[in-house]
Design a protein around this ligand. Structure first.
Ligand code: EPU
Length: 436
C-alpha cells in the first residue's frame, strides 16, 4: 500500500489541467451497455474506479480499448476510449467488483432495459455512511422490473418491455444521483413516456442525459427536478466528451487558497461550481474567469470563517466538504459545516485534529475553531474526499505529513501528486515498505 509524504509550506503556483469527471464517466461507461455499435468517449480519466467499471462492463460483454494519449496545446490528453458490446450473455455484477466500487450499481438500469435481466451484488457498508439502493429499485420497479434477493445479490427481471410512467424519485435525504441515472437509462428504452419528479440535477446527470440523447434517446428537462423521457426502440453508439471534474476543480481551488498560492485551472467549468465559489469568496478566495474554461484562483492571507451546509446540486457538494473543512481549520474564527447528504461523512475530523486542528462534531454538524497553523503528522485516509482534505492540510502543515492508504485518492484523482508537484508542492508517493 502506498503513502504520501508531504513537506508542508510550499506556496503552489502554476497551471493545472482539470481531468474529465469521474462521476460522469462511471455511469456513462455503464450506459454504453445499451448502445448498438462502437461508442467513443473522450476525457475519461485514468483512475482505479474507472478501471473497475471498465473491468465490469468487459465482464458484461463489452470490448473496451483505450487509444494512445495525444498532445493538445502542450497538454497531454488521455487517449479516447472505444466501447462496443460484443455479447449480451453475461448479466452479473459480482461481489468482487461491487465491493471495490459502489457505482457498479449503475449497470442495473442499462442491463434491465437492454437485456431484460440483471444480477448485481448488493453494495455493503461504506465509510461515508449508509448508502441504500432502495430508490434505484423503487424507480425501476415502477417501470415494471421485478426484483428478488438471492445470496446477497439483487436479481432483476423484466417481462416483455419496461413501461414508462410518472413517478417521484426523491428520498428522505433528497434526490439520488445514481438512482436518477439508473432510472433515466432504463426509461430511455422503455415503452412510452416516463416523467421523473424529484430527479437529481447534478451536472453528471445532465452529462449522462446528453450522452444518451446523442445516442438517440429523447430526454428533456435534465438538469431540473422534472425530467421527461420518451422511450425509443434502440440507441446508436455515438462520440462524447465527458465534462470537467467539478470536484477535482474545487479541490485545486482550495489547494491554491490554503497555500496562499495562485493557480490557473484549465478545463474548469465555473458554472458547475457556483456554490463552491460562493463559499470560497466568503472565505477570501478570488476568482477570475480567463477565457471560456480557464479560471485564475488566488486568495487573501487572512481567511474568514464561514457557515456551510452540503446540499444537492446546485447547493454545496458533499464531495468538497472535507476539503473546505481543511481550509477552515486555518480561518480567523469559528466555522460551522453541516452535512445534509451523508450525515456521518466526518471521518477526516479525527485525522485533522491529529494535525492540530480544533474541530468538534455534534451530530451532522462540525464546529471548526480556526488555529494559527497545522502540524505534520501520520494520518490515515478513510475515503476519497477525506483523503483529499488531508492532502490539502498536509500542503500547509508545518513539517512532514504522512498519509497512509492513499489507494482511496487513486480511486478519484488523476495523477494528483504529479499535478501538485508541477505547481511546486513537495509531495511524493512512497510504498508502505519504504517508510516502515
Ligand atoms: N439514498 C437513499 N436511497 C437510495 C439512494 C440514495 O436513501 O436508493 C440517499 C443516500 O444515502 C444519500 C442521498 O440519498 O443520503 C444521496 O445519495 P446519492 O444516491 O445521490 O449518492 P450516489 O448517487 O450513490 C453520487 C456520487 C458520490 C456523491 C453523491 C452525492 C458517484 C459515483 N457517486 O453517489 O460521490 O457523494 O452522489 O452527490 O457519482 C465521491 O465521488 O467521492 C462520491 C462519494
Amino acid at each position: 500500500m502506498d503513502s504520501f509524504i508531504i513537506r508542508g509550506g510550499s506556496r503552489i503556483k502554476g497551471t493545472v489541467e482539470i481531468s474529465g469527471s469521474k462521476n460522469s464517466s462511471l455511469p456513462i461507461l455503464a450506459a454504453c451497455l445499451m448502445a448498438d455499435g462502437k461508442t467513443i468517449l473522450h476525457r475519461v480519466p485514468r483512475l482505479s474506479d474507472v478501471n473497475s467499471m471498465i473491468d465490469l462492463i468487459t465482464q458484461l460483454g463489452c470490448s473496451v480499448k483505450r487509444n494512445d494519449p495525444k498532445e493538445k496545446g502542450g497538454l497531454q490528453l488521455n487517449g479516447s476510449l472505444e466501447v462496443e458490446v460484443v455479447t449480451e450473455q453475461q448479466c452479473w455484477a459480482p461481489y468482487e467488483v461491487v465491493k471495490t466500487m459502489r457505482a457498479s450499481i449503475c449497470v442495473l438500469g442499462p442491463l434491465l432495459a437492454k437485456r431484460g435481466r440483471a444480477r448485481v451484488s448488493i453494495p455493503g457498508g461504506c465509510a461515508i455512511g449508509d448508502r441504500p439502493i432502495d430508490l434505484h429499485l423503487r424507480g425501476l420497479q415502477k417501470l415494471g422490473a421485478e426484483f428478488r434477493t438471492e445470496n446477497g445479490d439483487i436479481v432483476g427481471e423484466v417481462r416483455g418491455r419496461l413501461k414508462g410512467c410518472r413517478m417521484y424519485l426523491g428520498g428522505a435525504q433528497g434526490p439520488t444521483v445514481l438512482g436518477t441515472i439508473n432510472v433515466m437509462c432504463a426509461a430511455a428504452l422503455a415503452e412510452g413516456e416516463t416523467v421523473l419528479v424529484g430527479a437529481a440535477c447534478e451536472p453528471e446527470v445532465t452529462d449522462c442525459a446528453n450522452f444518451l440523447n446523442a445516442m438517440g434517446a429523447q430526454i428533456k428537462g435534465h438538469g431540473t427536478p422534472e425530467m421527461h423521457i420518451e422511450g425509443v426502440d434502440c440507441l446508436e453508439a455515438c462520440e462524447h466528451t465527458v465534462i470537467p471534474d467539478r470536484i477535482e476543480a474545487g479541490t485545486f481551488m482550495i489547494a491554491a487558497a490554503i497555500t496562499n498560492g495562485e493557480l490557473e485551472l484549465r478545463n474548469c467549468e465555473l458554472d458547475h461550481l457556483v456554490a463552491v465559489v460562493d463559499r470560497l469568496e466568503e472565505v477570501g478566495v478570488h476568482f477570475e474567469q480567463q477565457g471560456k474554461n480557464t479560471v485564475y484562483v488566488t486568495s487573501s492571507r487572512r481567511l474568514n470563517p464561514v457557515e456551510m451546509t452540503t446540499q444537492p446540486y446546485p447547493g454545496f457538494p458533499t464531495d468538497v466538504q472535507a476539503q473546505l473543512m481543511a481550509l477552515l481549520c486555518l480561518a480567523d474564527g469559528n466555522s460551522v459545516i453541516t452535512e445534509r447528504i451523508f450525515p456521518d461523512r466526518f471521518l477526516h475530523v479525527g485525522e485533522l485534529n491529529r494535525m492540530g486542528a480544533r474541530i468538534r462534531k455534534e451530530g451532522a454538524t462540525a464546529i471548526i475553531q480556526g488555529v494559527k497553523d497545522l502540524q505534520g503528522a501520520r494520518v490515515m485516509a478513510s475515503d476519497l474526499r477525506a483523503s483529499a482534505g488531508l492532502v490539502l492540510a498536509g500542503l500547509v502543515a508545518k513539517g512532514v505529513t504522512q498519509i497512509d492508504r492513499i489507494y482511496h485518492v487513486d480511486r478519484g484523482y488523476e495523477k494528483l501528486e504529479a499535478k501538485l508537484q508541477a505547481v511546486g508542492a513537495n509531495i511524493e508517493r512512497v510504498s508502505q515498505k519504504a517508510v516502515a
